[in-house]
Design a binder for this molecule. Structure first.
Ligand SMILES: Cc1cc2nc3c(=O)[nH]c(=O)nc-3n(C[C@H](O)[C@H](O)[C@H](O)COP(=O)(O)O)c2cc1C
Ligand code: SF4
Length: 418
């Protein structure tokens, strides 16, 4: 079986608004188990699972947990990053709308393990349905004492509040997100210190993605080692993939790491909707690489994706057929980043604007060799000197097309529009 339903196993079997359904399907049993465990033992189990963050950076989950657990502050926060602002990604929304208690259970387990006192869900502003479902879910969890004071008689107090974003992509970046929750403009901070040391309101803060938290109950249920057996050596467990573009069956699919991208597109997605040839695929979302059809046997694996100098853990696969022009795609991506740059640092603020102008010269087929050189140099400077991941990854699609679709650039230079 290509699919491996771990996080999505209950979906369509339970009513997401019914806590009874969740309980009957084994829900909150792992929270009960966690409360009976030594806190350090919970973190050790996560370490054995080799779980890496699913929000994009693929950072080992246990290192952040351990980092907070050993801080001396008495006030600590747990924040779920549910901003999901990158075009092409919709798997977090799927999890929140279809099995919301799973993520809440994961957050409470993480809070218990780190002695956190308060939690936040930073939710993408446009996700109205998810907002309603999560509000209801939190109320139900409170009524059953899985949240609130003295959870399950353990003496542990923890509650969660939802904060809505306002449609800014950079607010998914962890420090911009923290600033936004604090009521300030969403702009990153210089690291270090990291959020686990000095985070929300200056206190140690654990920030993880929706999918990351959703894995926690499964790791406690299966045991870390069994979890690590799923997937590959460098990427354990399953990955939720947001499949879109020209595919017959777009949607969210859960597969073990190590599956070829081609299988996801052809066997799960049913290939292109109209039988056209695939020209290229963008991985991860707007900030990910664009690869040609002949590379689709590449497997879904954090380390493989890092070869592109990009951390494409969010898991979007956007399929484009032979009708799509490389430069039209780059222009749209360029417009997105130019619009979303927060303006705090020069390489990103000015770089995205200039990059867009250069790409437009290729769209209009009036680019010169010097434009090509400038695109390459500027992309490298932005990647190396931007303050946060937005500016650093904005040129990733360009880098990949320079590598795999270089003939398109040369063709424009050699055959300008008269
Ligand atoms: C511009 C930008 C946007 C991001 N957006 C998101 C997002 O929407 N959701 C998310 O989980 N992580 C996002 N991230 C990554 C977060 O900064 C952070 O690494 C992540 O929330 C950590 O959770 P994880 O370890 O579970 O992946 C973004 C990063 C950048 C640079
Ligand atoms: S890289 Fe872009 S989004 Fe990030 S701080 Fe600099 S200007 Fe803002």
């Amino acid at each position: 079986m290509l699919e491996h339903k771990l996080l999505t196993e209950r979906i369509d079997r339970i009513n997401p608004l019914s806590i009874d359904d969740y309980l009957q399907a084994g829900g909150y049993e792992m929270l009960k188990k966690a409360i009976g465990m030594e806190r350090i033992a919970i973190i050790e189990e996560i370490e054995k699972s080799k779980l890496r963050g699913r929000g994009g950076a693929a950072f080992p989950a246990h290192i952040k947990l351990m980092g907070i657990a050993k801080e001396e502050e008495t006030v600590r926060y747990v924040v779920c990053n549910a901003d999901e602002g990158e075009p092409g990604n919709f798997k977090d929304r799927y999890l929140m709308e279809h099995d919301p208690h799973q993520m809440i259970e994961g957050m409470v387990i993480a809070a218990y393990a780190t002695r956190a006192t308060k939690g936040y869900i930073y939710l993408r502003g446009e996700y109205d349905t998810a907002h309603s479902i999560l509000s209801w879910t939190l109320d139900e969890a409170r009524k059953h004492n899985y949240l609130g004071e003295n959870i399950l008689g353990s003496g542990f107090d923890f509650d969660i509040e939802i904060r809505s974003g306002a449609g800014s992509y950079v607010c998914g970046e962890e420090f911009a997100l923290i600033e936004s929750i604090e009521g300030k403009p969403g702009r990153t901070r210089v690291k270090p210190p990291f959020p686990t040391q000095v985070g929300l309101y200056g206190k140690p803060t654990l920030i993880n993605n929706v999918e990351t938290f959703s894995n926690f109950p499964h790791i406690l249920r299966m045991g870390g080692e069994a979890f690590a057996d799923i997937g590959t050596d460098s990427s354990s467990g399953t990955k939720l993939v947001s499949l879109s573009g020209n595919v017959a069956n777009p949607g969210v699919y859960e597969v073990p790491f190590g599956v070829p991208i081609r299988d996801v597109i052809e066997k799960l997605g049913g290939g292109t909707a109209d039988g056209r040839k695939i020209k290229m695929v963008q991985l991860g979302g707007a900030s990910g690489p664009i690869i040609p059809e002949y590379m689709l046997d590449l497997t879904i694996d954090f380390d493989r994706f890092e070869n592109f100098d990009s951390k494409t853990g969010a898991g979007a696969i956007i399929v484009m057929d032979e009708r799509v022009d490389v430069f039209d795609v780059l222009k749209r991506i360029g417009e997105f980043f130019e619009h979303e740059s927060c303006g705090k640092c020069t390489p990103c603020r000015e770089g995205n604007l200039q990059l867009l102008k250069l790409v437009e010269r290729f769209v209009e087929r009036r680019a010169s060799e010097k434009d090509l050189l400038n695109i390459e140099t500027l992309s490298r400077v932005m990647h190396q000197t931007s303050l946060c991941g937005l500016g650093q990854s904005a040129p990733t699609a360009i880098f990949s097309t320079l590598q795999y679709f270089r003939d398109h650039y040369i063709d424009v230079i050699e055959h300008p529009q008269s």
